[in-house]
Design a protein around this ligand. Structure first.
Ligand code: SDX
Length: 430
């Protein structure tokens, strides 16, 4: 990396030379680590909107141009030409696999899809109506109680076994949660099926009759997983890095990421979008809800709109919106009132000065639920589907963080605004 410097002169006139580092593409970064030592001040950036937390080779986003690339490959090309299992290999290993590498990786993932049988007992303890994200984070966290024989982050073989286990078993855990919610028996994975086909059969097949996988549904699911696979240092990925930086086992780090993803400001937005569209109900109510979203005194936000990085269209939303047209038609879903309502809501919002001025465009979560719903997946499972796609990104970032020779525990500082020092007051004097 070529170095330049930013000079920063403090109130006492001393000047610090802060090194600038250049990446392959995208904004340079100013290394500020010596600022406190030389100037006695911290930087301050709540929400980390302008703060780089790490160096990464995995994913690049350009928010102004609406660009998203996994290991340099534009997401549009991967969406059109690749598969989720191949994209998973790419994200984990940095290069597209050869045919034999892909075949071996796919075969390894297929053979790790079963759970330790004891883990199924967890589902006997949950209430039938437990939210599947609560079950997913709980059971993934419990994996460190079953697979502790391969959790040494310093051991490359263990890192590899962990990666295969978490990617392969997450859909099985997700499907088990869904089956609990609907009172149906758990369906075991099948090694003769690919990643998305297997999830569909674990979700929708029953012991009482054969289940025929709809190739349109499997293809749509695979494409949605590609689009959700990674997204730079988003909230849940940063959570995985933060948790993993203390040396916590990787299953616990992923469980932390699942919990962060659940929030409606993040991955929980796809569920919130469908709930919002249901509440809007009819196109005649759209302007009322757009006005609510603009009202500073109203906490309501247009779910699925806006993004910390994209100040233009989220490229994933564009692809998913096109998918909606195709998948709904292929599934023979002529009754598409929810999709029609979403399209009308987008049209109204993007003509509204508030949304235009604040660069609020549809994000990945705005249309994805339309497709999940068309595939028969209930709203409560939408964020679980997001987690299944994003798990490979979390895993790739965990591996990158844990193998960083300069890595150390993440521990931000603060601007303290609490009381200055004061003495204890006895209770009878308060
Ligand atoms: C994901 O980071 C990632 O990459 C995330 C993600 C990934 O792949 O990992 O892309 C996935 O999380 C997508 C985002 C899903 N969340 C939602 O759809 C929830 C609704 N959107 C927002 O809450 C919001 O837009 C965020 C959380 C996405 C971004 O929040 P920021 O960057 O902190 O922006 P902000 O809240 O400061 O908003 C800036 C302004 C504010 O108005 P002012 O205070 O400047 O007057 O825009 C307004 C906000 O009030 N605003 C909205 C709005 N989003 C922002 N107003 C109405 N409706 C909205 N949706």
């Amino acid at each position: 990396m070529t170095k330049d410097v930013f000079q920063l002169t403090g109130p006492d006139g001393t000047t610090s030379e802060l090194p600038v580092r250049k990446g392959t593409i995208g904004p340079d970064v100013v290394e500020i680590s010596k600022l406190y030592r030389e100037q006695g001040v911290f930087t301050y950036d709540p929400g980390y909107g302008a703060t780089g937390s790490c160096e990464s080779d995995i994913t690049y986003i350009d928010g102004e141009k609406g660009i998203l690339m996994y290991r340099g490959y534009p997401v549009e090309q991967l969406a059109a030409k690749s598969s989720f299992i191949e994209v998973s290999y790419l994200l984990l290993n940095g290069e597209l696999p050869t045919a034999s590498e892909l075949e071996e990786f796919d075969s390894t993932i297929r053979r790790h899809t079963m759970l330790n049988e004891g883990m199924l007992n967890f589902f006997k303890g949950f209430r039938y109506d437990a939210h599947p994200m609560a079950m997913l984070s709980a059971v993934v966290g419990s994996m460190s109680a079953y697979y502790h024989n391969a959790m040494d982050a310093s051991n490359p073989e263990h890192r590899s076994i962990f990666s295969h286990r978490i990617l392969a078993k997450l859909p099985t855990i997700a499907a088990a949660a869904y089956k609990l919610n609907i009172g149906q028996p758990f369906m075991y994975p099948r090694n003769d099926l690919n990643y998305s086909e297997n999830l569909l059969q674990m979700l929708f097949s029953v012991p009482a009759e054969p289940y025929e996988i709809d190739p349109v549904a499997a293809e749509a699911l695979d494409l949605l997983f590609i689009l959700h696979a990674d997204h730079e240092q988003n909230c849940s990925t940063s959570t995985v890095r933060m948790a993993g930086s203390s040396g916590a086992n990787p299953y616990s780090a992923i469980a932390a990421g699942i919990s962060a993803l659940w929030g409606p400001a993040h991955g929980g937005a796809n569920e919130a979008v469908l709930n919002m569209l249901t509440e809007i109900g009819d196109a005649k109510n759209i302007s009322k809800y757009v006005d609510k979203a603009k009202d500073k005194n109203d906490p309501f936000r247009l779910m699925g709109f806006g993004h910390r990085v994209y100040k233009n269209f989220d490229p994933r939303a564009t692809i998913i919106r096109e998918m909606c047209h195709k998948v709904l038609a292929q599934l023979g879903r002529q009754d598409t009132p929810m999709f029609d309502l979403a399209l009308q809501l987008e049209e109204v919002a993007l003509k509204d000065e508030y949304f235009v001025e604040k660069n609020l465009y549809p994000n990945v979560d705005f249309y994805s639920g339309i497709i999940y719903r068309a595939l028969g997946i209930p709203t409560s499972m939408f964020t679980v589907m997001f987690a299944i796609g994003r798990c490979v990104g979390w895993t790739a970032h965990w591996r990158e963080m844990i193998t960083d020779p300069n890595g150390r525990i993440s521990r931000p500082r603060q601007l303290y605004t609490g009381p200055a020092a004061r003495d204890y007051v006895a209770i009878d004097k308060r």
